[in-house]
Design a protein around this ligand. Sequence first.
Ligand SMILES: C[S@@+](CC[C@H](N)C(=O)[O-])C[C@H]1O[C@@H](n2cnc3c(N)ncnc32)[C@H](O)[C@@H]1O
Length: 265
Amino acid sequence: MGADRPRRRPARGTGLSGSPTTTASDRSDGTDGEPPRRLLYGRRRGKRLRAGRQALVERRLPELGFEIDATTPGGLDPRTLFSPAVDEVWLEIGFGNGEHLTHQAEASPGIGLIGADPYLAGVARMVAHVEERRLENVRLYVDDARLLLAALADASIGRLFTLFPDPWPKARHHKRRLVCEATILEAARVLAPGGEWRLATDDMDYCRAMLRQLTGQAAFGWLAEGAEDWRRRPADWPETRYEAKAAAAGRPAVYLRFRRLSGQG
Ligand SMILES: C[S@@+](CC[C@H](N)C(=O)[O-])C[C@H]1O[C@@H](n2cnc3c(N)ncnc32)[C@H](O)[C@@H]1O
């Protein structure tokens, strides 16, 4: 797996110092055999941070954040990012305001939690959660999670979370969706056999696309046995801010859990 992984160009910084808003480029999304690079469509910056939060970010983010070595794709053992040492590493892609990432880090202190999200206001909230709860098992990648996926070693992640990725509902924007064939192949590569990928969405078209693509991959097995399994959020999975807003607007969520099967793909 990963033997013919495409070469990847260096990432242009992690945004730790507040790089400018990134706009969509027409360069590779990873589906054309080229590695993903600088293809963020969402916001990187929001409103200006208040002074206290800004100071906290400047103090803590340099130690919580990390950069990737673009010269060795597939060479990052994520356990090396954590001190004290952790048994296993889980990754949340697009953690937003960090409610779920914080919950998982608190609930499982022996697990290393990596959050990847380029949105700086959300990153600042997550840094505040880490500080308030004195979490020692969180590291943050402040950029496009697909660059991080490409850097991670095979089978190095025990659990992957992609909760309410931006839905991009217009058909002409579907190619911007994060959960797509290229991401699914990378997820299959970095997830350890037996590892779990948890996804959620309130967009039924995106849900159908996720199910079509994931059930078509021999590397993944859907864990649902009945409708309640995708209608009801598992107990160890707290509600996120996006989910609460969607429910209030009459858009119920679908919760998907897939197992990385051994010996497949
Ligand atoms: C709709 S929000 C959901 C946030 C959170 N998961 C929740 O449920 O509240 C989508 C999040 O994905 C992030 N995002 C978008 N593209 C991303 C990418 N390529 N890599 C990592 N995060 C990304 C956005 O910045 C945003 O925080």
